[in-house]
Design a binder for this molecule. Structure first.
Ligand code: AMP
Ligand code: MG
Length: 452
């Protein structure tokens, strides 16, 4: 390394010394300050769902492209039905059918005293000025009011004859005008729009097959621990099932990412380094769990503290203590030739999940180019049997259930970071600030909604 380069560790410790205890906000700011949205790519419409558009999309052809009927009925000339009533119906000659998809050179022209049977969405034929719904006619049956076309009318040959119209129609009645939805040259969607189902529908309607968007980030989730066994296998003494990689892969997917789960890596620094190297090719973001505290087998810390390699100035992972509970030990940095961001989360299941919600989810959403990277937070009244204790100087995130109607939040389970079942029954995080050591029932607290 030349003397002008910043040592990798310094580049990632935010200028703080190794003993600095980071606040949740400092850590998050440090992470988000280092993450840039992914480069846009052209995607097929179905693959662009949930992505952020990076181009203004202009309408090439008006919608609807032509005047068309909004009802099943008869295309008529207004003057021919002006005096129509049930008692004195207007009797018109039916010259044929106009079905959806018809048109062009063989189009019918409606002359005086004539009507064309027309289906919803079919182009209004030349000469016609309005559509009378079939319910205002005898349906061509020669009798009273109809609620549907005469049964024989499926065949165009049989659709000719007479129709009795019982009510007048105003000019353009039941006609959807060309361009009444959007006009050619209009902006259909602006850059920055998140493509939900209706937006995908609009793009298809104006004929776009592909769009320029920021892609979904590819997130590789890796758990570490020699005690971990994959679900479905037999547990031996001292072993537990790997739940973190499943929970966090699901959380990454729910956040909008394309998530890849890598089964548990043993507590071996070389194996972990090799696995990370293998995974870099398909990762926009790497997430590890476990091995970040100060235990003897804290392999992530061991393996990644030393990857601050000389060929990659600015890369490296900084391990730090956070003023939060759960989730005190955290690692953040970048790795590999593309400086792929890496978050090393603690191993306890609740700690890793809470850390994911607080730090990884915003990264995924920042990579996607979304403006709003955070969960919705609300204020709620604490509903609990007794006061909640919280450690001084640490922001605590307890699991809770939020009742929007009552405006209350109820803690689920205790503060233990191993309580997976309680987490599975929670829908929110109840936030106790750093300087608060006790929250009494009835007090107002901040709640992070995990579902919005
Ligand atoms: P560590 O930080 O690696 O010491 O892990 C802290 C605690 O979380 C230990 O009790 C681990 O067994 C547990 N743990 C670590 N990783 C996982 C995982 N992937 N699934 C479930 N529990 C885990
Ligand atoms: Mg471990």
């Amino acid at each position: 390394m030349s003397t002008t380069e910043v040592p990798p560790a310094a580049a990632h410790d935010g200028g703080h010394g190794p003993d600095h205890v980071w606040s949740v906000d400092e850590h998050l700011d440090d992470i988000l300050g280092a993450v840039r949205p992914l480069e846009p790519i052209e995607l097929q419409l179905p693959d662009a769902q949930g992505c952020v558009l990076v181009e203004d999309v202009t309408v090439p052809v008006a919608l609807p492209p032509f005047d068309n009927s909004s009802m099943d009925g008869y295309a008529v000339r207004v003057a021919d039905v002006a005096d129509a009533s049930t008692e004195f119906p207007a009797v018109l000659t039916v010259i044929g059918d106009v079905a959806a998809g018809s048109g062009g050179a063989d189009a019918l022209t409606v002359g005086p005293g004539e009507a064309a049977r027309i289906m919803t969405g079919a182009p209004l034929p030349p000469g016609a000025q309005a559509v009378v719904p079939v319910e205002w006619t005898d349906g061509g049956s020669g009798g009273g009011p109809a609620t549907a076309f005469r049964a024989a009318g499926a065949n165009p040959e049989d659709s000719t004859g007479e129709v009795r119209v019982h009510r007048p129609a105003k000019d353009r009645a039941h006609v959807r005008a060309a361009g009444s939805d959007v006009k050619a040259g209009d902006t259909a969607l602006e850059a920055g729009t998140v493509l939900g189902p209706p937006q995908i529908g609009l793009l298809a309607a104006i004929g776009r097959a592909t769009v320029l968007v920021r892609p979904r980030p590819r997130v590789v989730v890796m758990s570490t621990g020699s005690e971990l066994v994959q679900p479905g296998e037999q547990l031996a003494a001292g072993q537990i099932y790997d739940s973190n990689s499943f929970a966090l892969t699901a959380a990454a997917r729910a956040a909008g990412a394309i998530a890849y789960r890598v089964g548990a890596v043993t507590d071996d620094a070389d194996e972990l380094r090799a696995t990370i190297e293998d995974q870099l090719v398909r990762a926009d973001l790497l997430v590890t769990t476990g091995g970040v505290s100060v235990g003897a087998y804290d392999v992530v810390k061991e393996a990644l503290s030393s990857v601050a390699d000389e060929d990659e100035p600015g890369s490296g992972v900084d391990f730090r203590k956070l003023a939060m509970q759960p989730g005190k030990p955290q690692g953040f940095g970048s790795i590999g030739p593309d400086h792929t961001p890496l978050l090393a989360l603690p191993g306890n299941p609740v700690s890793s999940y809470v850390s994911f919600e607080l730090f990884v989810r915003p990264v995924i959403r920042a990579l996607m180019g979304l403006a709003d990277v955070h969960r919705t937070t609300v204020r709620a009244t604490l509903a609990a049997d007794g006061p909640l204790g919280s450690p001084a100087g640490r922001r605590q995130f307890l699991r809770g259930t939020y009742d929007a109607a009552a405006g209350t939040v109820t803690p689920v389970g205790g503060s233990g970071s191993h309580l997976i079942a309680a987490l599975a029954h929670a829908d929110s995080l109840l936030v106790v600030p750093e300087d608060t050591t006790e929250v009494a029932p009835g007090a107002e607290v901040e709640v992070v909604l995990l579902t919005q």
